[in-house]
Design a binder for this molecule. Structure first.
Ligand code: SF4
Length: 325
């Protein structure tokens, strides 16, 4: 580990000033400390923001507001989140381990880095860690890598389950920075790798995530998350699906579908949603809509299996959510 300074701040002004000077914000530290130990990340200054007043969860008729420092376990267990936004609770409970969920913050969850093994091996070529060095995964072991949103520069999957659920629900990220507050839809907060895979978030220098806002709607109650992985404990997704439906009198009035484990960012499926809206809930509807789930996929040498697995994951979760009362 490289030397670094550590500062604990108690107000936002001090945090933003330290962030502007290049300090890295730290809350639970469950990703950043790992990466520092492996020398993948080498920040010169850490800014501990745990004392900032960003620990509240608010549920109103307008929606859900989640402070950036709320712990994953606390949000997952929140009674109103479990009842009104089950896709969020389920995505969180299928993430990481119980110990990590007790420590990790919601803001940090959105900022976590990819699990690509080459990214975490400082001897390997990796454009995300070392721009311009190449991508060892393109012709290496790429079974777990992305099939959507990829390019020649990077094919790493986005790792957050929560982000997939938030993408399906059209959540918005609130940011504070030197120019004041701004909001960014979650669907735009994560950046496609393009030619700059080292740049993963729409964040300006020193900006701080303060809150996540999830709009209310009749679809949020009828929602759920399915994660398919190599083992049922502490593993990242091979495929996953966040689904929210509104069914009016036997017709699907609204559908939100996003998937994980397959995209370089959380991946919304508008073609699947269009195929659902206006149809009647039925096994045929689920299968026909899910057939569009992998449109545009570009498999690598070892991960073509994800195409069929993704379609089945989406079909199964559509059926599960569609059969909810
Ligand atoms: Fe690095 Fe992305 Fe290639 Fe993995 S897939 S080695 S993160 S550039």
């Amino acid at each position: 580990m490289y030397p670094f300074s550590y500062t604990k701040v108690s107000d936002e002004r001090a945090a933003l000033a330290a962030g502007l000077r290049g300090g890295r914000y730290i809350a639970g530290g469950t990703t950043l400390i790992d990466l520092m130990r492996e020398t993948v990340e080498r920040p010169g200054a850490l800014v501990d923001i745990n004392a900032l007043p960003l620990h509240d969860v608010g549920v109103t008729s307008r929606g859900l507001r989640i402070g950036a420092l709320v712990r994953m376990a606390d949000l997952a267990a929140h009674p109103q989140v479990r009842a009104d936004y089950p896709v969020i609770s389920q995505a969180l409970e299928l993430s990481a381990s119980a110990q990590l969920r007790n420590m990790a913050s919601i803001g940090g969850n959105l900022m976590q880095r990819t699990r690509c093994t080459y990214f975490r091996d400082v001897t390997a070529a990796c454009n995300k860690r070392s721009p311009g060095s190449g991508c060892a995964a393109l012709h290496g072991q790429n079974r777990a890598h992305a099939i959507l949103g990829t390019g020649d520069a990077c094919v790493a999957t986005h790792p957050s389950d929560l982000a997939v659920a938030l993408t399906a629900l059209d959540a918005v990220v609130h940011l504070h920075g030197q120019d004041g507050e701004r909001t960014v839809p979650v669907s735009e907060f994560f950046l496609l790798p393009g030619a700059t895979p080292d740049r993963e978030h729409d964040l300006r220098p020193g900006e701080l995530i303060t809150e996540i806002e999830v709009p209310a709607g009749p679809h949020t109650r009828r929602s759920g998350y399915l994660k398919v992985r190599d083992r049922q404990s502490y593993e990242f997704a091979l495929t996953s699906a966040a689904v929210a439906l509104r069914v009016d009198g036997g017709t699907i009035g609204d559908a939100r579908v996003a998937v994980g484990g397959v995209g370089t960012v959380p991946w919304r499926l508008p073609e699947v949603e269009r195929a659902l809206i206006g149809s009647s809930p039925s096994p045929g509807t689920w299968t026909a809509a899910a057939a569009r789930a992998a449109d545009g996929a570009r498999p690598l040498e070892h991960n073509a299996f994800k195409i069929e697995l993704l379609k089945r994951t989406v079909a199964r979760q559509l059926r599960t959510v569609g059969e909810l009362g």
